[in-house]
Design a protein around this ligand. Structure first.
Ligand code: RIB
Length: 346
């Protein structure tokens, strides 16, 4: 741990302490040659700024926290990437906390983040609706932006995607492809995104078919495999010919299990996922999916948070809702024939 002080750096570089501070905080104010002399001294002495003193003066760190539901889900990795790009442009950093869809764990993260005086918190809450801990965080001066959650609340911003429309797009596509026995795989239903996607698909399918709910305990590949088992075990005359999944991890699990059970995708069973993570297009049978603007969700949430941090008096809370987009690939479309692979032998 470096114990070199800013005073030693100034002496080594032959400048004032104020000049060293400017090089660290306002480098544009320092002549290039002087700036380089100070940077050389910092490198030679191994000086590391102690931000805790600055935090005490400023009352806040330059750290933004994002609390995600499942750090293993690539959806959140892309959201975090967008948040990081925006935070770094403002000279800050993003720290990631994983609630693992556990409300007690989420609360513990929020307690520590408040103690650390983070600039603000981006969060996809485990539970929808009013949250006393988030209210407390806001009332004690830590701005909060809901991510991937709509919010009618007047004292926080939110960014989300119209998941009902997303479900509609998937349901209408499967009906257009000629399916009338369709399964919706997702859960728990207490997660707002899961419920909205289901509602949208049901509205689009309407009287054109039967939508069977196969509820899962989580939104993971393993849960998708278990749901596929349940579907594949149904008698052929009852078995759905298409599956709409609440997210791509579930869809990848369904694809894997159906393939292991000898069912051909899309010939015997069509599959549509949600998020359009990178692995969707790369799957053995490229996955149709409802695309969410993942990085844009992260960027926009961070922009809203920084707007509030930088001008709390004039900031007006906003609820930004993005539109999803259906990306059709081979897993649900007979038209998307597998491209003939070039003969490796040439
Ligand atoms: O958090 C689980 C799911 O909800 C993600 O896959 C993404 O779809 C989000 O909206």
């Amino acid at each position: 741990m470096s114990t070199t002080s800013i005073k030693e750096v100034a002496r080594h570089a032959g400048v004032s302490i104020g000049t060293v501070s400017n090089v660290l905080n306002r480098p544009d104010l320092v002549a290039p040659a002087t700036r380089q002399r100070v940077l050389d001294a910092i490198g030679q002495l191994g000086y590391v700024r102690n931000d805790s003193a600055r935090q005490l003066r400023a009352g806040r760190s330059r750290t933004i926290a994002i609390v995600v539901l499942d750090v293993a889900n690539p959806f959140f990795a892309d959201v975090v990437r967008g948040a990081e790009m925006e935070a770094e442009q403002a000279g800050g950093v993003v720290v990631v906390c994983n609630s693992g869809e556990d409300a007690a764990r989420e609360r513990r993260h929020l307690d520590i983040l408040e103690e650390q005086r983070v600039q603000g918190v981006l969060i996809t809450p485990v539970h929808d609706g009013p949250d006393s801990r988030l209210e407390q965080l806001i009332s004690r001066g830590t701005p909060v932006v809901l991510v991937d959650r709509g919010s009618g609340h007047h004292h926080r911003c939110s960014v989300a995607v119209d998941d009902v429309l997303g479900g509609r797009l998937a349901g209408a596509h499967l009906v257009e492809q000629g399916h009338s026995r369709i399964a919706y795989v997702g859960g728990p239903a207490s997660i707002r995104q899961v419920a909205d996607r289901h509602a949208g698909a049901a509205a689009a399918i309407g009287t054109n078919g039967d939508l069977r709910l196969v509820e899962t305990a989580s939104l993971t590949v393993a849960a998708g495999r278990r749901a596929a088992d349940e579907i594949a075990d149904l008698p052929a005359r009852e078995r759905p010919t298409a599956v709409f999944c609440a997210n791509d991890l579930l869809a990848l699990g369904v694809l894997q299990e159906m393939t292991l059970r000898g069912l051909r995708v899309p010939r015997d069973i069509a599959i549509v996922g949600y998020d359009d993570i990178e692995f969707a297009a790369a799957a053995a049978v490229p996955l149709s999916s409802v695309r969410q603007p993942r990085e844009q969700l992260g960027r926009t949430a961070t922009q809203l948070l920084l707007e509030e941090v930088n001008d709390q008096d004039r900031h007006q809370h906003r609820h930004v809702v993005f539109q999803p987009e259906l990306v059709v690939r081979e897993s649900s479309s007979r038209q998307h024939r597998r491209r003939a692979r070039a003969n490796p032998a040439g």
